[in-house]
Design a protein around this ligand. Sequence first.
Ligand SMILES: Cc1ncc(COP(=O)(O)O)c(C=O)c1O
Length: 356
Amino acid sequence: MIQVTKPFLPPKEEYLELVHQIWERNWLTNDGPVLRQLQEELKDYLGVANLWVVANGTLAIQIALKSLDIHGKVLTTPFSYVATTSSLVWEGIEPVFVDIDTNTFNIDPSKIEDKIDEETTAILATHCFGNPCEIDQIERIAKRHNLKVIYDAAHCFGTKYKGESVFNFGDISTVSFHATKLFHTVEGGAIISKNETISKRAFYHRNFGHDGPEKFRGVGINGKNSELHSAMGLVNLKHIDAVLDRREKMVSRYMNSLQKSGLKFQKITENAQPNFAYFPVLFENEKTTLQVKAALEECGIYPRRYFYPSLSNLNYTKGDTPVSDRISSQILCLPIYHDLSENEIDLVVSIILKTI
Ligand SMILES: Cc1ncc(COP(=O)(O)O)c(C=O)c1O
C-alpha cells in the first residue's frame, strides 16, 4: 500500500537513548529540559528569535489569535486544512474568505482590500503546501489598514522567503509538527514571532497564563507539549537535511516524468525556496481527478484530495470563492514520503498517464 504520506521514523536507538534519560529524570512535561533544548535547537536551525513548542498546530493558531487580541472578522484563505477556518470560528471570530490565486493556490492579495470593513482586525493566510504567500503585498495592505497578520505556516518547516525562514514574517507564524509533516514531534507545533512582547504573551497563554506557581497573566490554555514528543523532535532534527534533500529529488522525478502530460503544477512564489512538503497536481476537471484517484486506489495507491472541500463550503461557513472551488475539485496530492522509492514514483506516474 502506498499512502499519500508516511511519518519519518529515525533509528529507534537514537530515540530510546533520550527516553532512558527522561525515565531517569522522571520529568515528563511542564517545560522540561528536552523541550527547552528542542526550542533552542529549532531557533538555531531556523534562524528565528522567539519560538515556543506547543501541543499541535491548531492550538498554535488559537493561541496566536489570543496573543494578538484578534476579534470581529478575519480575512482568510478558503484553500487550506480545516483547522485554519475552524480555529477562527472556535475563537468566536468570523472568517471572511478571500479567493486564491489560480497558480500559487495562496490567498490572492489583489482581492483582499475589497473585503475589508470596519470589523476586520486581521489576515490569516496559509502558505499552501509550503509555498509562501505574496508576503510583501500582504504586509503592505496590512500596514495600510492597520491589520494584524498571522501566517498559518503549518506546512513550512525549512521553507525560506528572501533567503530567511518564512516563519520570520507576519506578526506571528504558526507551524504544525504533526507526524505527517516533514519535521515532526508525533503531535506538536510551534508559535514564532519576531516581536518579544507578542511572543511573551503567547508564552503565558500556552501554559494556563502561569507566571510562576501562584500568579497568572490573562486567560490561558493548556498548549504545552511533553518530553517524549520533544525527544522525537530532537532526534528528527538531526535528520532534517536528509529529509529535505530527498523531498526535492522526489519532486524533480515526478515533475520530469509528468512534464509532457499537460497537467498543471503549483507555481512557486518569487523569492521563495519551498520545502517540497507536498506534491499537488491539477487535473483538467473533477471527472478526470476522480478517475485518476480511483485508478490509483485500485492499485493500492492512496492520493488525497488536499484540499477538498474548499473551506468556504463547510456547513458553518459561506463565501464566494470560485477559484478555490475549482482548484479543490481538480487537485490531488500524490504520495511523497522519505522512503518512497523511485520505482514507486514511476508506478504512480504510469497509472496517471494511462488514465488521462
Ligand atoms: C494548513 C494547516 N493548518 C493547520 C493544521 C493543524 O495542525 P495540527 O494537525 O498539528 O493541529 C494543519 C494540519 O495538517 C494544516 O495542514
